[in-house]
Design a protein around this ligand. Structure first.
Ligand code: KIV
Length: 259
C-alpha cells in the first residue's frame, strides 16, 4: 500500500497539481481537509495569530499545541509541521525536536527552511526516517531587510538550482518554493523528481500553498501573490453587528433560544 507521502510524490509523475493550505486549529483543518492534499501547520501562525513582526519569535511549544489541535481536524491530507527558528541548530537538537513534534502531534512530517546550509542536518534527519519537506527562496526565519523575490540574478538562480538538487539528494519528499521568479521555478521543477510547492512562485510548480487566513480574507495582507477568495472579515463584522442589534433590542435570546 502506498503511503500518503508516496501518493503525494506520485502526483508529480501523473501531472496532477498538488493542493496545500495552512491550518493552525481544528475548526479550519476540518473544513479544508477534503479539498487539500497537504495541510501545513506553518510558523506563519506567529504573524497571523500572534501579530509577531517575525516568525523567529515562534517556539516549539506553540507549534506543538497548534498542531495537536489541527491533528483533530485532519483525516485525509498529509499533515506537516514547521520546525520553528532555533529548533534545528545542530543534528542532535534537530533530531530530538523533530522526534518530539512527530510523537506529540502525530503529524506525518516536518518542514525546515534552508538549502545547502542545513543539508547535513536534513541528511541526518532523513537517515533517521524523519519525513522532511524543504523550503527555499524566501525563508522568513532568516530573511534580512525587505522581502524581495529570488532568482533575479544568475547567481541566485544557480544557487537555487543547487539547493533544490541537494535537498532532493538529501531525501526530502517535496520542496516549498517561496517567491521565486517563474522561469527559475520552472527550471527547478523540471530538474528534480520530487514535487515543488509554490507560494508566489508561478503555476510552473507541481502544487501551490497559501496561508488559509489570507485566502479567506481574514488578514490585511497586500502581498502580490495572495488571491483573496472571499472576505470573511466583512462577513464577521456584519454578523457581529446583527448580534449586537439583537442583544440591544432584546430580540435575542427569543423563546426558541431559552430554557
Ligand atoms: O509558515 C508558513 O505558513 C509557510 C508557508 C506559507 C509555506 O511556511
Amino acid at each position: 500500500m502506498l503511503t500518503k507521502i508516496s501518493r503525494l510524490v506520485l502526483k508529480k509523475k501523473n501531472k496532477s497539481k498538488i493542493v496545500c493550505l495552512t491550518a493552525y486549529s481544528k475548526n479550519i483543518a476540518e473544513e479544508i481537509d477534503n479539498y487539500t492534499d497537504l495541510i501545513l501547520v506553518g510558523d506563519s501562525l506567529g504573524s497571523v495569530l500572534y501579530n509577531f513582526d517575525t516568525t523567529r519569535k515562534v517556539n516549539l511549544s506553540m507549534m506543538i499545541e497548534h498542531s495537536k489541535s489541527v491533528r483533530k481536524g485532519v483525516k485525509k491530507s498529509l499533515m506537516i509541521v514547521d520546525m520553528p527558528f532555533n529548533s534545528y541548530k545542530s543534528k542532535s537538537q534537530a533530531l530530538k525536536n523533530c522526534k518530539k513534534v512527530m510523537k506529540e502531534t502525530k503529524c506525518d512530517g516536518i518542514k525546515l527552511e534552508g538549502g545547502r546550509k542545513i543539508i547535513e542536518i536534513i541528511k541526518y534527519l532523513t537517515q533517521f526516517k524523519i519525513p522532511v519537506m524543504g523550503h527555499i527562496g524566501i525563508t522568513p526565519q532568516t530573511v534580512r531587510g525587505k522581502f524581495r523575490y529570488k532568482g533575479k540574478t544568475d547567481l541566485e538562480k544557480k544557487n537555487l538550482l543547487k539547493d533544490s538538487k541537494s535537498l532532493e539528494d538529501a531525501g526530502v519528499f517535496a520542496i516549498v518554493l517561496e517567491c521565486i521568479e517563474k522561469k527559475v521555478s520552472k527550471e527547478i521543477t523540471k530538474s528534480i523528481n520530487i514535487p515543488t510547492i509554490g507560494i508566489g512562485s508561478s503555476n510552473f510548480c507541481d502544487g501551490q500553498i497559501l496561508v488559509t487566513d489570507d485566502l479567506l480574507g481574514l488578514t490585511n495582507t497586500k502581498i502580490k501573490f495572495v488571491k483573496k477568495y472571499t472576505n470573511l472579515k466583512s462577513s464577521v463584522r456584519n454578523t457581529v453587528k446583527k448580534f449586537k442589534l439583537d442583544v440591544k433590542s432584546g430580540s435575542y435570546p427569543s423563546a426558541k433560544y431559552s430554557y
